[in-house]
Write a protein that binds this ligand. Structure first.
Ligand code: PLP
Length: 525
């Protein structure tokens, strides 16, 4: 493809996407396709010779758009939102056009430096603690991860390595680990796993020595225990699974302040005491600001204070709710953030930035770097002592130019417009919540928080509510997903699309009421 062809078909694609967007309200949020539908539309082999661009475009509706779940449809209320704006798409075109991979400063200086700069913009805009700034003289830093799950995994890996390091450096802590584990540690301390390898390299030989990183010891991992609320996202369980550590889910309770399900200080204290008595070593507590089930907020100040005292890494997963810190009136839920070791939210959920874009801040990024550091000769460069090399704070080596979309969006929207979008979403959720609260058919499960409303049919079983949820989605005028807290099954309506207005949430309420009546009649209740 030469530049002239790119100009022609690239512009056609921009038109196509713009038309597609205008047509979203005329579609249904869920597509009408069955699993495997694409097999009949796509040949089993790729073509040997180039096809015409027009032929590709001609297939788009039939093959691709017919099978899209329209997350930006005004009647899409499932999961939590994924953000989108033309501004961010334009940035992604540039990112694709540049197609550099900025794993070190040298591999793409502008990619590294713009990321350092816009993450500092976000620290100011969200009212985060100053020490998270890349420009702060302290060891704090910010980095864009792909997803909240990745950020959680990074926090787990860093906290796990830090715990091993601390145990190794503290005879008392070493003793507190059970004897056979302590012995393994002492054995390990005697011989550096690196020494043989380095010696062999110096002599120009290849080493086949079994390699164990000093911050990684399965015998110690076996004594580590991570904490989260029983409401935390499934990605926390995955992180514990991948990190090979125990996870204890702490019982959540209704919290007066948010009327929702969060962990109390007493529950955390009791768990730490009990686990230490059993020879376990609590090393990370994953707090949630905005749980997926009910948008519950763990009380950060109380819980992080305990974590600080007990030398437990406090990580805040604010995947959905974090973006709302942009509005001063929501900052109360972030009270105590100066005490946490890491904080993450998905700009791609609430801040007009297309997937993927999940900023993560670390209070002591400089120390964390050493837990991820591998240093082959081909990645070294002459500026590495005084620049940021983001490869040291992520799992993958390669990384995309994600900061461009934050930069474009914040400049061309301005903070006020994004705040307005967030406030509008909450206001529409409030309208829906009031309709539910006033109805004779439904109950709110918890008070609305931000853009999420959780409800169910009054005095009805889980089975009836499940039937209602299925019937709503089969009806296909709106799309929602259910959830469960304890034994209570309920439906969630999350404000997702920027196209959703008050008229749409009133329509959603009418659809839900109509389908609920049908469901109740069918089940003879
Ligand atoms: N944490 C919370 C609280 C979430 O609500 C979600 C997804 O909605 C995630 C984590 C996972 O997000 P990601 O897809 O960015 O990993």
């Amino acid at each position: 493809m030469d530049p002239a062809e790119f100009r022609e078909w690239g512009k056609k694609m921009v038109d196509f996407v713009a038309d597609m967007w205008e047509g979203i309200p005329d579609r249904t949020p869920l597509p009408d396709v069955k699993p495997g539908y694409i097999q009949a539309l796509v040949p089993p082999q790729a073509p040997n010779y180039p096809e015409k661009w027009q032929a590709v475009f001609d297939d788009l509706e039939k093959v691709v758009l017919s099978g899209v779940t329209w997350w930006h449809h005004p009647n899409f209320y499932a999961y939590f939102p994924t953000a989108l704006s033309h501004h961010a798409i334009v940035a992604d075109i540039l990112s694709g056009g540049i197609s550099a991979i900025g794993f070190t400063w040298k591999s793409c200086p502008s990619m590294t430096e713009l990321e350092l700069a816009v993450l500092d913009w976000l620290v100011s805009a969200l009212g985060l603690p100053d020490h998270f700034r890349n420009s702060h003289p302290g060891p704090g830093c910010g980095i864009i991860q792909s997803t909240a799950s990745d950020a959680t995994l990074i926090a787990f890996f860093a906290a796990r390595a830090k715990a091993v390091e601390e145990i190794k450096n503290s005879p008392t802590m070493l003793q507190s680990i059970q004897t056979e584990v302590g012995q393994k540690f002492k054995d390990l301390l005697g011989k550096s796993p690196f020494s043989g390898k380095k010696g062999a390299e110096q002599e120009g030989q290849h080493s086949s020595e079994i390699y164990l990183h000093p911050f990684h010891d399965p015998a110690v991992f076996d004594r580590l225990v991570a904490y989260c609320s029983d409401q935390a996202h499934s990605s926390v369980e995955k992180a514990a699974m991948l990190a090979g550590v125990r996870l204890r889910k702490l019982r959540s309770e209704r919290d007066e302040r948010y009327g929702n399900f969060s962990v109390t200080a007493a529950t955390l204290e009791a768990a730490i005491k009990e686990d230490r008595a059993h020879g376990l070593h609590p090393f990370i507590f994953l707090l949630t600001m905005g749980t997926t089930n009910t948008c519950a907020i763990d009380p950060i100040r109380e819980l992080a204070t305990i974590c600080n005292r007990e030398k437990i890494w406090a990580h805040v997963d604010a995947a959905y709710a974090g973006g709302f810190l942009l509005c001063p009136e929501f900052r109360g839920m972030g009270d105590g953030l100066e005490l946490v070791d890491s904080f993450n939210y998905n700009a791609h959920k609430t801040m007009m930035v297309n997937f993927d874009c999940s900023p993560l801040w670390l209070k002591d990024g400089k120390s964390a770097v050493k837990y991820f550091n591998v240093d082959p000769v081909y990645l070294k460069h002459e500026h590495q002592a005084n620049t940021a090399d983001y490869r040291h704070l992520q799992v993958a080596l390669g990384r995309r130019f994600r900061s461009l979309k934050i930069w474009f969006v914040m400049r061309t929207f301005g903070i006020e417009k994004i705040q307005q979008y967030l406030r509008d979403g909450c206001a529409h959720a409030e309208v829906f919540s009031r309709l539910i609260a006033a109805s004779l058919t439904f109950d709110l499960v918890v008070p609305r928080n931000l853009g999420l409303v959780c409800f169910r049919i009054k005095n009805a079983s889980n089975e009836v509510n499940e039937e209602l949820c299925n019937a709503i989605n089969e009806d296909r005028r709106i799309h929602i997903v259910p959830s469960k807290v304890g034994e209570v099954y309920f439906l969630r309506l999350a404000l997702c699309s920027q196209l959703t207005t008050e008229k749409h949430v009133r329509f959603a309420f009418d659809v839900i009421s109509e389908v609920a009546q049908r469901t109740l009649d069918k089940m003879s209740l």
